[in-house]
Structure formats: structure tokens, C-alpha cells
Design a protein around this ligand. Structure first.
Ligand SMILES: *Cc1c(COP(=O)(O)O)cnc(C)c1O
Length: 449
């Protein structure tokens, strides 16, 4: 150890990273070498080798681990790639909020105010709800809503909606964590109003019917569930609240763009749902957040619950969410201003035009062969991952590397590029690539070739 750190070769590393960090890293590398030796492995590393290992690790540790990538997968709301990319207005707002700001201060009176005041009128204005509250994410909003409104009383959920969304969000577990007992009704494929009636007769203390959007899961064929308005009517006639976990949170009707089966938040409110819960970074196209909208009295109960403090939004998200919601207010057209909506609604001819530009830029690269290909992108994001979007890709065959190796070289370049592999070809889908990224994307392809 001392020999290694006292070596002349250690000096620049000590100067750059400090003696302590170097000693810790060398100790780790030595430990690993000893384990390998004991296992009958390689010969002991030299001092120079140990310093080289330490140098690689220290440099990797000093770099940021989170950086921008080019999403050429064609999956618009890609959870692994950070879901919704923010609109420039939201980025600017978050940046402006990064330092000191009037997050919880009324500048006129000089008195304390609440951070959600920056969002209240925007949320109600855009959704038409009486009141709204934003917390850390939709999972948090569901937990908070059940904890604050059921207060330990049983929660009724259809068996067809007891889903797992991914990332550990399972409806039965969230109900349990909220402190309520779950009352399952109906069957996997069919649930009727009379099932809810029976559940209520068996569990008269129940206070809430929870309706969940099945998101990344579809039951097809012989299925049925009560219409939302009928369920709301039933709930109210029996003194219950209907809470809906909508997930995706579309605020504009996407059906005219060929995206069907994704109800809007406004539809749910109109159907009589008492409290609608949805994500900020799926179809809304903003930062990670969970939004609850509905009757003022219910939203206020959520706001007063101790969990609301534990789940509150940070200032960057407050700012980015407010700026995103502003883009929904007329005369702004959200489908052109919000990246997620723009990508979802863009005509395939415009995607094809970008594919042609990329194609022209890489065509002459000697080590590869590129062709244009009609393909399918996906909305993704848990809300409606199977919703296919017609798209156009540049399909690349490398003369030097297998599709897997070429895809890895693209992923690990200076600007990481994510594509998808299809039958020995690497497909770069242009639906999720912005015009401004084309030059960098072409360069990344050439570097990896
Ligand atoms: C995605 C989703 C969630 C979780 O939302 P987060 O914002 O990721 O916490 C909850 N419920 C449904 C129905 C979803 O689709």
C-alpha cells in the first residue's frame, strides 16, 4: 500500500484526487487482486498496474454519471431514458428557480406563502377541476389520496385492475401501504356494478372505490367493467368516493392523431370521478410529478395530510411543471410546444424527412450500409406502451461489427445513441430524434462505424 502510494507515479493522482481517495482505491484493487490470487488466478499486479487501475477508477468516479443521450428507439415516453423530455420553457423555468427564489414567499406582503400556489390556478385552469395538488409522482399521489381519504377504511378495487405498473408499483401493495384493507371485486376479465354492490354489503365501512388504468396491460376478449360515469353514480348513491388512478394523464384528446383508448383527465372529471390522479412526466410532458385533481374539499384533505410534506415537489419541479402547464393555455398549441405531444402527433412525413437527412449524412460512410425503413415507434411510458406510431428509421448494417457490437459502440460513444436491433440491423428511429440532434447523431454513427 505505502509502496504504491509513495511511488513517483502516484504523485499526479494524489494531486488530482487526494491521497485519501487514492489510498482507498488502491486498497480496493489490492483486495481484489488478493481474492483472485487466493482463487488460484493471475499473478500479483505490479505497482504500475495498480496505479493504472486506480487512475481509471478515480477518473470514472470524477465524471458525471448522468448525461444526455439521443433517443433513436422510437419510444416516446421511455422510462429508462427519463420519460418526458422537457420543453425549453420548462428547462428555462427550472434553471431560473435553481438559486434563491420566491418559492414560499409572497413578495407583496413579505409573508410566507405556499409553494403549491405557483401551480394551483394553472392546474385548475388547464383541467377544469375545482382544485389540484402536485406531489412527487403519481405513485405518491395514489398513496396520499388513499391515506388521506380512506383513513384506514376498506378500499374497493376490481380484480381486473389489480395491476403492477413496473418499477415496483403494485396496486394491492400501495393500498396496503396506505393503511387500508383491499376489497377485491369481480373477476380478472369481468366486473359488474352488482359486484361492487355485493362488496359494499360485505364491507359496509368501505369509503372508496379505486379505479386504476391498467396501463401496460390489456385484457381483451370477453371483458366488461362498468362505465366510469355509472361507477361514479353508484359510488355517490352509496356515500362512497370514486378515486381514479389514471396514470398517463393526457390533457388533450389524442384520438384525432390516431392514439386511441387514452382517456383525458377532463373526461374522468366529467364522468363524475371525485379525485383523478396522474403523472406529470408521461402524457402531460412535464417533470416527474403526481397530480391530484378534483373537489376542493378532497384536495385540501390531501394537502393537510402529513404524507403531503414527505411527498412534496422540489423547487425545480414546481417551476418546470408550472411552465409546462402554461404551454397548455390558449393560444398556445400544446401539440406543437410540448415535446412528448409533438413527437406523438407528428405526421410520419415529417419523421421521414429527418430520416432522409440522416441517411444523406451517413450514406457515404465506408464501413456501413444504410437503408431507409418504414417502422413503428411506440408511445411507451407505462400509460400505453403498445400504442404503435407509424415511423421511419435508418437501418444500419456495419461491415465491421455485429449489430450488438455496433449498438454498444453507439451507446458508449461521446454522445450516447440508443437505437434498437432488428434482424442484424441497428435501427435508428427518427420519431424521437429532434431536427437539432441530426448533425450530432450523424457524427456519432460515423465515429462508431
Ligand atoms: C405510471 C403509472 C403510475 C405511476 O406513476 P409515477 O408517476 O411513475 O409514480 C401509477 N398508476 C398508473 C395507472 C400508471 O400508469
Amino acid at each position: 500500500m505505502g509502496v504504491v502510494c509513495g511511488d513517483a507515479g502516484a504523485r499526479p493522482l494524489i494531486a488530482q484526487f487526494g491521497a485519501e481517495a487514492l489510498a482507498r482505491t488502491v486498497r480496493e484493487a489490492l483486495g481484489e487482486a488478493r481474492t483472485a490470487l487466493a482463487a488460484g488466478g493471475q499473478v500479483a499486479p505490479t505497482v504500475a498496474e495498480l496505479l493504472s487501475i486506480a487512475s481509471t477508477r478515480l477518473e470514472a468516479g470524477a465524471r458525471e454519471s448522468l448525461f444526455p443521450v439521443i433517443n433513436a428507439t422510437g419510444v416516446v415516453i421511455h422510462t429508462n431514458l427519463g420519460r418526458a423530455p422537457l420543453a425549453p420553457e420548462a428547462v428555462a423555468a427550472a434553471q431560473a428557480a435553481a438559486g434563491y427564489g420566491n418559492l414560499e414567499l409572497d413578495l407583496e406582503s413579505g409573508r410566507r406563502s405556499a409553494r403549491h400556489e405557483h401551480l394551483d390556478s394553472l392546474i385548475t385552469g388547464v383541467t377544469g377541476a375545482q382544485a389540484g395538488l402536485a406531489v412527487n409522482n403519481c405513485a405518491g399521489a395514489v398513496l396520499l389520496a388513499l391515506a388521506a381519504l380512506a383513513e384506514g377504511a376498506p378500499v374497493i378495487v376490481s380484480r381486473g385492475e389489480l395491476v403492477e405498473i413496473g418499477g415496483g408499483f403494485r396496486v394491492p401493495d400501495v393500498v396496503a401501504q396506505s393503511g387500508s384493507a383491499l376489497v377485491e371485486v369481480g373477476t380478472t376479465n369481468r366486473t359488474h356494478l352488482r359486484d361492487y354492490q355485493q362488496a359494499l354489503a360485505d364491507h359496509p365501512a368501505a369509503r372508496i372505490i379505486l379505479r386504476t388504468h391498467p396501463s401496460n396491460f390489456r385484457i381483451t376478449g370477453f371483458t366488461s367493467a362498468p362505465a366510469l360515469d355509472a361507477l361514479a353514480h353508484f359510488a355517490h348513491a352509496h356515500g362512497l368516493l370514486l378515486v381514479e388512478d389514471l396514470g398517463g394523464g393526457a390533457l388533450v384528446d389524442l384520438a384525432p392523431y390516431g392514439i386511441t383508448g387514452e382517456p383525458t383527465v377532463q373526461d374522468s372529471l366529467k364522468a363524475g370521478v371525485d379525485l383523478v390522479l396522474f403523472s406529470g412526466d408521461k402524457l402531460l410532458g412535464g417533470p416527474q410529478a403526481g397530480i391530484a385533481v378534483g373537489r376542493r374539499e378532497l384536495v385540501d384533505r390531501l394537502g393537510r395530510h402529513p404524507l403531503a410534506r414527505a411527498l412534496r415537489l422540489d423547487k425545480l419541479s414546481v417551476a418546470a411543471l408550472a411552465a409546462t402547464l402554461r404551454l397548455y393555455r390558449p393560444p398556445s398549441d400544446p401539440t406543437s410546444r410540448i415535446p412528448v405531444l409533438r413527437m406523438l402527433t407528428e405526421p410520419v412525413s415529417m419523421v421521414a424527412a429527418r430520416a432522409a437527412v440522416l441517411m444523406a449524412a451517413i450514406e457515404a460512410t465506408p464501413a456501413l450500409e444504410a437503408t431507409l425503413q418504414d417502422t413503428q415507434g411506440y408511445a411507451g411510458g407505462g400509460a400505453m406502451p403498445m400504442q404503435a406510431l407509424p415511423s421511419r428509421a435508418v437501418a444500419i448494417r456495419s461491415h465491421r461489427f455485429s449489430a450488438e457490437t455496433f449498438a454498444r459502440r453507439l451507446r458508449t460513444g461521446a454522445t450516447p445513441v440508443l437505437g434498437r436491433i432488428d434482424q442484424d440491423l441497428v435501427l435508428l428511429d427518427l420519431r424521437t430524434v429532434a431536427e437539432a440532434e441530426l448533425a450530432v447523431l450523424a457524427e456519432a454513427v460515423q465515429l462508431a462505424s
